[in-house]
Design a protein around this ligand. Sequence first.
Ligand code: FAD
Length: 474
Amino acid sequence: MNKYDVIIIGAGVVGCAAAMQLSKYDLKICVIDKEEDVCSGTSKANSAIAHAGFDALPGTIKAKMNVRGAELIRQLSKTLDFSYIENGSLVLCFDEADIPKLHELYDRGIKNGVSGLSIISGDEARELEPAISGEVVAALYAKTAGIVCPFGMTVAFAENAATNGVLFRFLTEVKDIKKSDGGYTVITDKGEFDAKYVVNAAGVYSDVIHNLVCEDKIEITARRGEYVLLDREVGDLVKHTVFQLPTKLGKGVLVTPTVHGNMLVGPSAEDIDDKEDTETTASSTANVKEKAKKSVPGIPFNKTITGFSGLRAHGADDDFIIGEMTDGFFDAACIESPGLTSAPAIGEYLAILISKKSGAELKADYIAERKGIPHIAKMTPEKRTEIIKKNPLYGNIICRCESISEGEIVDAIKRVPGAVSLDGVKRRVRAGMGRCQAGFCTPATIAILARELNIPENEVTKNRPGSEQIKEKL
Ligand SMILES: Cc1cc2nc3c(=O)[nH]c(=O)nc-3n(C[C@H](O)[C@H](O)[C@H](O)COP(=O)(O)OP(=O)(O)OC[C@H]3O[C@@H](n4cnc5c(N)ncnc54)[C@H](O)[C@@H]3O)c2cc1C
């Protein structure tokens, strides 16, 4: 029963993209994750930029995957119905002496095959983006850069994969992997699973999974990036994603709108030892704010609604590791930025490799399209009336900040793979993502989760077991 053609370890954006791309082929596939839902690792906490592709060094795997991934996101956002806006980006330069660095980025972009790049003056940049600093002397403008919903995209990949037969197993931690006659035995805390092929998409733990199987060891350093998220009231202060010139540690602090209309500022870059440590610190937050003000001096930080951090999976070679490492064992390791952008291309590449190796054929009955959950707040009054008539739960608003109805929350729970926690609901339909940060809607969302999952309210978790919000049995 626990026998598969392919086991994918990790249900982040990379694992789900691999599942989605592999589900086009006649293969029995299972995705395993130690958390309770998809998108529970780094894929949930990043800048959400679909990078144009001028940052990675020409010839690297990062550069190839970035450019192809950005192209695929543009197409897939339509067929799989997730939020993506091509808002363009600016890399700001504050010193005439640094202008050659902008040209370096421009040249890299051209070599990587990025279109729509130009170097513009400080005044031209201010015309595009009036809120940026008067000290900007020049900028690299990338027309094709975009912003995406990282949760929406990951969930869309997972749902499309599930529609095409992929199974998901959550709260299942891979502890060991042994070579077997027909492939590999994946040993987890919930039993053993056999597969002919294994894909390692375990994020910051992809070194641990790699090292269970491969003789050449790798090491990943968790590089934490902290953010400040501002209210939708000030979300349109900038329309483009505003970067500064990159540093040795990454792309530096950016100021960007999100697809949901908030403003996002960050990230910091700090190497840490603990691969679970996503705390935010007062000093990093202060540092991020200070740096962001250099680009956009008037950011109203009194409109901050929350802070969060994510962990980059930084490898020693500064590049992604993707491909067959040893017979039938495939890595998608060290996937730091631009991993979100690259994910569909990484999935596509792995699907080509595995289908060739296995001889699997494309499925005749593959379903390419997927529809997202309808959002009552975005509908015309006529459409709203129509949907509420069909399903009155759409008329009961649960999250007041984001205008999310009970119907949307129930839909999020009933999807496959569906939400089983407060975070799962939040990432699918945004209940709890607004100004009050779930202060108001948590009790009602717990009640809906309990009812739909047929469990007592004190068993409803925020995310992994142990995060129950109600301690006494009601
Ligand atoms: C601060 C920051 C900013 C970024 N900004 C951008 C950006 O703007 N644009 C961009 O393109 N990229 C960006 N990135 C990079 C991007 O977010 C990541 O490359 C991408 O999310 C990695 O996805 P993943 O699926 O590899 O990892 P994850 O999302 O971490 O998924 C890995 C999964 O593996 C599971 N797992 C691990 N070990 C086990 C085990 N033993 N058993 C079972 N399951 C296991 C985990 O639970 C997790 O769900 C950023 C990253 C950070 C940290």
